[in-house]
Design a protein around this ligand. Structure first.
Ligand code: ATP
Ligand code: MG
Length: 595
């Protein structure tokens, strides 16, 4: 599809149809046959397993098996530093560096199942550590580097981390103040990013330890059910939970990378997520490597021009990003995007929040390519629902379930759950239990874990509906849905309608208690530059929404905010908008992005 004026885009609003050539060239092929022919057992067969039948280890599948084969010299990871410096790692190099790290951890006495927390920006050592920890039998627990001491302490205590990998500067700023509250922490591996001695209890110099270690390492036998990853959720709805994943998850990382992100061996793939969140690990580390592609890592923070430059200069072919980033780029204007020639870019995907149809279509305006939304959670470990490269996109829909994934729309009942078979009826989104990357527990919260399952389903806490053709449509989180005068209103629908207004950059919608209607819809809106937050615009937005949504669903009130409160992983925190509106306690703010 070529870039076009917005007039042309509107013609494709209902559905973005794929050509036969696109279907054929995609890694999924035609959806129905691919789904019918899929088994997880066969998917497992796409991976090697550890030599000698010693089980399944994520890091072996990610790097060692490529290092031992024809992709040995293929570029696995290109790291771009904040100031533009570049470090390249072939599969062979990454295998050796991660071997050194695994060896160093083993020398320190790491035992199978020990949690190793990693607090670092997107530096090469983070990626080496992740793979080294997995090789050594540890559990990789990434922590977002912008967390303050409190959230670091809370997570490390829940995780009972014995080892921490971090940088000298992050240690001094974030860990030192809470060190006495971390009784389980024995070893700190410090990456030097400043001058000065490493005079910290239990400290070791990461660089020196790796330099002294062997480039060879034999991964000990790994049961597919051995714990591998501990990820904390985004904290959008409350206190973050620690979701535990096992090595078998790699089967899902691998096939979902191939099928939902359409990874082909020669792709240059860029996942913009930070490994502090599950996307940045499942698709920023594991899936691209198991698929043998070249993965781009940018240390820098979001900056539209920097990002366009990376897409162009690195010849990125597949780009996986998030709705907030897309909205920020939209805010900067289509003309800016169009200044960059991006002939290599062929597939755009997004996750993390509902992707407004406006954003899907903006991709066509700006890049000649639509964004493909997909849905999943920390708990699911990998993509579960997607708009595939081979499938017509319905803008605003999350797409259809991955092969091997059974989606149900269910209603909770006193005795369990009941499936809703009728199309277009809202209910809770559920997944049939048992896919490889399903989380195996919330750490130290067994009761909460068990409460997520009923009647063979994992209940996601999200509301959705499924249309006649099996496309799933996100309605809202169960906690965020608004009940107004007998209607159930999903905030996403209202936010998407507001986003269609040319002045609106972002919208967040809540239910505000009302004596008559139970709740009324209230919207918070951030404007694009050049628009004044005045009474005339407020009235115009109210009328615009009423015209699109009808009086029953449209917001009754609109407030302007310079920007909406978001988690550090980029999700609008509707619970905070609501708490502030109602003057209620603000709850856990450990993941709130500072303004
Ligand atoms: P917490 O569970 O701590 O409240 P969180 O649910 O935001 O935080 P994540 O696991 O990072 O933590 O996010 C998963 C959630 O993000 C999903 O349950 C869903 O609500 C939302 N989400 C992810 N992708 C999409 C999508 N494509 N469309 C709509 N919502 C999405
Ligand atoms: Mg959640």
């Amino acid at each position: 599809m070529k870039r076009s004026s917005s007039g042309g885009v509107r013609e494709h609003w209902e559905e973005l149809v794929k050509t036969a050539a696109q279907v054929e060239a995609s890694t999924l092929g035609a959806y129905e046959p691919a789904r019918a022919g899929f088994t997880w057992e066969a998917a497992r067969g796409e991976l090697d397993g550890l030599p000698g039948g010693h089980g399944l280890n994520i890091a072996h599948e990610a790097v060692d098996r490529h290092a031992a084969g024809p992709r040995r010299e293929h570029l696995a990871l290109r790291w771009i530093g904040r100031h533009g410096d570049v470090r390249d790692f072939t599969y062979q190099a990454l295998a050796e560096w991660s071997n050194r790290c695994a060896g160093a951890l083993t020398v320190l006495g790491l035992r199978k199942g020990d949690v190793v927390a990693v607090l670092a920006g997107r530096i090469p050592e983070l990626y080496i550590a992740a793979l080294g920890i997995l090789k050594a039998g540890g559990v990789f627990c990434p922590m977002f580097s912008a967390f303050g001491p409190e959230p670091v302490q809370a997570r490390m205590r829940i995780a009972r981390a014995r080892v921490l990998v971090t940088t000298t500067s992050l240690y001094h700023r974030k860990v030192e103040p809470i060190r006495s509250d971390l009784p389980d922490l024995e070893h700190v591996l410090l990456v030097r990013d400043g001058d000065g001695p490493i005079d910290v209890p239990g400290a070791h110099d990461f660089g020196e330890r790796l330099a002294a270690a062997d480039t060879r390492f034999v991964i000990p036998p790994t049961d597919p059910e051995d714990p591998a990853l501990l990820h904390f959720t985004s904290g959008t709805t409350g206190r973050p939970k620690g979701a535990l994943h096992v090595h078998e998850a790699v089967v899902a990382h691998h096939v979902t990378g191939r099928l939902a992100l359409d990874l082909h061996p020669d792709d240059v793939f860029w996942c913009t997520a930070d490994p502090g969140w599950v996307t940045g690990t499942s698709y920023g580390i594991i899936a691209p490597l198991t698929n043998g592609v070249t993965s781009i890592v940018d240390e820098g923070d979001f900056d539209a021009e920097r990002w366009y430059g990376i897409l162009r200069d690195q010849r990125v072919t597949v780009w996986y990003t998030a709705p907030t980033a897309v909205r920020m780029m939209m805010k900067m204007g289509t003309a800016l995007a169009q200044q960059y020639a991006l002939p290599h870019l062929r597939f755009l995907a997004s996750v993390g929040e509902p992707l407004n149809p406006e954003a899907v279509m903006w991709g066509v305006e700006a890049f000649g390519l639509p964004f493909h939304d997909n849905w999943w959670q920390t708990e699911t470990g990998g993509i579960m629902i997607a708009n595939f490269a081979s499938m017509p996109i319905r803008p605003g829909s999350m797409g259809r379930p991955l092969p091997g994934i059974d989606v149900g729309i269910v209603r909770r009942t006193a005795s369990g759950v009941e499936e809703i078979d009728d199309p277009d009826v809202e209910g809770e989104l559920a997944l049939r239990q048992g896919w490889p990357s399903m989380f195996r527990g919330y750490l130290h919260d067994e009761a909460r874990y068990r409460a997520c399952f009923a009647g063979g389903w994992y209940l996601t806490g999200d509301l959705a509906r499924r249309d006649r053709d099996g496309y799933c449509w996100f309605v809202g989180r169960a906690d965020d849905v608004i009940k107004s005068s007998g209607h159930l209103i999903g905030p996403f629908e209202v936010e998407s309608a507001l986003m269609e207004h040319p002045a609106v950059a972002e919208a967040g919608v809540i239910g505000k208690p009302d004596p008559v209607a139970l709740e009324v819809v209230k919207a918070f809106v951030a404007l694009k530059s050049g628009y004044a937050a005045d009474e005339a615009l407020r009235r115009s937005l109210l009328a615009f929404a009423r015209q699109r949504l009808g009086a029953a669903v449209a917001p009754k009130e609109i407030d302007f905010l310079p920007t909406l409160p978001k988690t550090r992983s980029g999700k609008i925190m509707r619970r905070l908008l609501k708490a502030r509106e109602l003057g209620l306690p603000e709850g856990d703010l450990s993941t709130l992005e500072p303004l």
